[in-house]
Design a protein around this ligand. Structure first.
Ligand code: 5AD
Ligand code: SF4
Length: 423
């Protein structure tokens, strides 16, 4: 979501004549597009801000802007704590950025965090950092209010973009040579809420599946409470929709899921995952898990550990709980010690490593379609890409195949990456 916003900002600014430079020291303006989802992300921005402090002092024309979620979360306070900042712009005010920069002179501070919902308008001068794979926003914001999560407070209420605008954007991308698009939303399964006529996420997938010359459709993220058979059918039946779902479980303990305000029980999740695996053999399921949520006992952790074993995720992102005021759970005492969070985090990581390895091994001998994304970091002679179920795969091939779909026979694997040969 933030990568996509950065592309949009870059597009709006380059259209106005700005240029991206490699080194912040050479820039006339430094913009930080920020994330607030965990404290760690905010700490990194603050560290980078400190590095630019003396430059800002010496050069009164140098501008510093904080954009995105941190801007909305802290607002005016950022100017007080970090006087080197000139501009603070929240995610829903994104389209105002060029005008706000133009207005920013001297010591005037500019704050724009007023909009609660993101306007549906298309940005001018759209730019993309990739050449064959692109992100497409289908909705902004979130109405779910999971108790730990800052997103509804900083990205505002849910707004779906009209289906026609999205399909037109995809067509335009395909005309420019893009092959794979990833549809973005905090909860893609509730797409369509508030739009005229009854339009659902599977309807949108159907419409995009018809776009000529598009090869692959991915999407993220799905909320387990809303993922249903209609979605699973779309994954199974629509040829361009890749067989992968990112379905954040967060915890295997019903008590924790309730405290997290997730609105499902582990049993519901397991049932849906089983149904999906049955309907779409070989489907990749990835997930997010939070360890050390307030009051989580060893037994709650064991439930998550067990869930990881039972669902057999292809991959998992594991996060240590981080209180995010004003999100609801920040009122609960953050009582799981850091060392315990760390241990639980490591235990889940090593279990997942084994499961991923096993899942990958089961793909040995199969033929997989891979979109060659670029050179592998390990060898100049190898390319890397992802299979349809989102597993990274390296294979020997020349650079001329970058951006192409290739058939690869899987010969071996590490816990993270398949090794194949072009068929
Ligand atoms: N602490 C830890 N992890 C969090 N996430 C969201 N909020 C928090 C938090 N306060 C994780 C969730 C979510 C992912 C994007 O980030 O697992 O799915
Ligand atoms: Fe946050 Fe929950 Fe919305 Fe995801 S669904 S963005 S975790 S509030």
């Amino acid at each position: 979501m933030n990568d996509r916003d950065s592309e949009l900002i870059e597009g709006m600014l380059t259209e106005k004549g700005f240029q991206i430079v490699d080194d912040a020291e050479k820039a006339d303006i430094a913009l930080f597009n920020t994330c607030s989802v965990r404290q760690h992300a905010e700490d990194r921005v603050i560290g980078n801000l400190q590095k630019l402090k003396s430059r800002r002092k010496k050069d009164p024309n140098f501008r510093i802007g904080i954009l995105g979620c941190m801007a909305k979360r802290h607002g005016e306070m950022l100017f007080k704590e970090y006087p080197q900042i000139d501009i603070v712009v929240g995610p829903s005010n994104i389209y105002d950025i060029p005008d706000l920069i133009a207005r920013s002179t001297g010591s005037e501070k500019i704050l724009a965090v007023d909009k609660e919902k993101r306007p549906k308008k298309k940005a001018a001068g759209d730019s993309r950092s990739g050449i064959f794979s692109a992100f497409v926003n289908i909705m902004y914001g979130c109405d779910n209010f999971c108790s730990y999560c800052i997103v509804p407070y900083v990205r505002g209420r849910e707004v779906s973009r009209p289906k026609k605008d999205i399909v037109d954007e995809v067509k335009h991308l395909v005309d420019k040579g893009f092959k794979e698009i990833t549809l973005l939303g905090q909860n893609v399964n509730s797409y369509g809420k508030g739009l005229s006529g009854k339009v659902t996420f599977p309807h949108l997938l159907e419409a995009i599946n018809k776009v000529k010359d598009l090869e692959r459709i991915r999407f993220t993220t799905s909320h387990p409470k809303d993922a249903d058979k209609a979605l699973f059918r779309a994954i199974r039946d629509l040829d361009k929709v890749c067989e992968h779902i990112h379905l954040p479980l967060q915890s295997g303990s019903d008590k924790m899921l309730d405290l997290m305000n997730r609105k499902y029980k582990y049993g519901d999740y397991k049932e849906k995952a089983d149904q999906l695996k049955e309907m779409v053999p070989g489907v990749g399921i990835s997930t997010d898990l939070i360890v050390g949520f307030p009051s989580a006992k060893e037994s709650d952790f064991k439930a998550t550990y067990k869930a990881m074993k039972e669902v057999e995720f292809n991959s998992a992102f594991i996060f240590k709980y981080s209180p995010r005021p004003p999100a609801e759970s920040s009122c609960l005492v953050d009582d799981v010690k850091e060392a315990v969070k760390k241990k639980r985090n490591n235990d889940l990581l090593s279990l997942q490593k084994k499961i991923s390895h096993q899942k990958n091994r089961s793909m040995i001998g199969t033929e997989q379609e891979v979109l060659a994304e670029g050179k592998s970091r390990m060898s100049d002679k190898e390319l890397i890409g992802r299979t349809r179920n989102n597993t990274p795969c390296v294979f020997k091939a020349g650079e001329d195949l970058i951006g192409k779909l290739v058939k690869v026979k899987i010969k071996g694997t590490s816990p993270t990456t398949l090794k194949g040969e072009i068929v």
